[in-house]
Write a protein that binds this ligand. Structure first.
Ligand code: KIV
Length: 289
């Protein structure tokens, strides 16, 4: 029996690893904290539907974010700003149903938590109860600390999101890199400490210089999840449609494409269309008599 040859240490490590681990139970925020202690890096992808989520779950992706990027990637909006709680709840529930192992994090959309902690608790409770997510994410550092505190007190794990916060696109006038210059870097460090002190279990760092993200990662005891924030972060997240080459048009510089799914899907659609117009589909084996 091969497992008899393993040392206790190596079997324990492979069982616990977030990516590549052998445990099939659903991952929790305690597993995320333990990974930081072990110095283990982990991947996170967005997901917006049950079928795609099931593919990522089978591929071993340990954490999935039902991001409000669904606005641009799934619902045809220009930005994340129009996404509603109804849309977020519906799609989060689908992703939860499509997965067995991944920790599912539901994003709180713009306007669902900015009024204050009580509004945040109402919105987060809905995602936990109606969609079944294991955690929620919200944008903002110091400015969102009170919201994070109340959610954590209520037993809802919170992933924070600082640096570039896309829900503020109208205030930024675009998607600029954050944390450049001494004052902005100090603010980012204050934001990072504020969300950790408020009880967040992890923090997304979006579009910040790699050196600053590395410093935040060293200082914090909660994991940092980078997107356009360099290689030193504890985890990395990408929007799945960017990662798999489904998104049309120009991509941000930090994206690496691991497939050309848009071309694959277009070829499949054209193949089907040609077979239909040529009478090659359905063939005998697809027909009933
Ligand atoms: O909504 C989203 O997909 C996100 C990630 C980019 C972190 O917030």
């Amino acid at each position: 029996m091969t497992h008899a040859l393993k040392t206790p240490d190596s079997s324990r490590k492979s069982d616990k690893a977030l990516y590549g681990g052998t445990s099939s139970r659903r991952i929790t925020v305690r597993d995320i904290a333990a990974a930081k202690e072990r110095g283990e890096k982990w991947p996170m992808l967005t997901a917006y539907d049950a079928m795609t989520a099931s593919v990522f779950d089978e591929a071993g992706i340990p954490v999935m974010l039902v991001g409000d990027s669904m606005g641009n990637c799934h619902l045809g909006y220009e930005s994340t700003v129009p996404v509603t709680m109804d849309e977020m709840t519906l799609l989060s529930a689908a992703v939860v149903r499509g997965t067995k192992r991944a920790l599912i994090v539901g994003d709180l959309p713009f306007g669902s938590y900015q009024e204050g902690p009580v509004q945040a608790l109402r919105s987060a409770t809905r995602l936990v109860k109606e969609a079944g997510v294991g955690a929620v994410k919200l944008e903002g550092g110091e400015r969102s600390a009170h919201q994070i505190e109340l959610l954590v007190q209520a037993g809802i794990p919170v992933m924070a999101h600082i640096g570039l916060t896309p829900q503020s696109v109208n205030a930024y006038g675009g998607y600029p890199v954050q944390g450049r210059g001494e004052e902005a870097a100090q603010q980012l460090l204050r934001d990072a400490k504020a969300v950790q002190d408020a009880g967040a279990f992890a923090v997304v760092l979006e579009l910040v210089p790699a050196e600053l993200a590395a410093e935040v990662t060293r200082i914090l005891h909660i994991p940092t999840v980078g997107i356009g924030a360099g290689v030193e972060c504890d985890a990395q997240v990408l929007v799945w449609t960017d990662m798999a080459g489904m998104t049309a048009g120009r991509l941000p510089r930090f994206v690496k494409q691991y497939a050309k799914l848009r071309d694959v899907l277009a070829d499949a659609a054209k193949g089907f269309a040609e077979d239909v117009v040529n009478g090659a589909y359905p063939a005998e084996e697809h027909s009933f008599h």
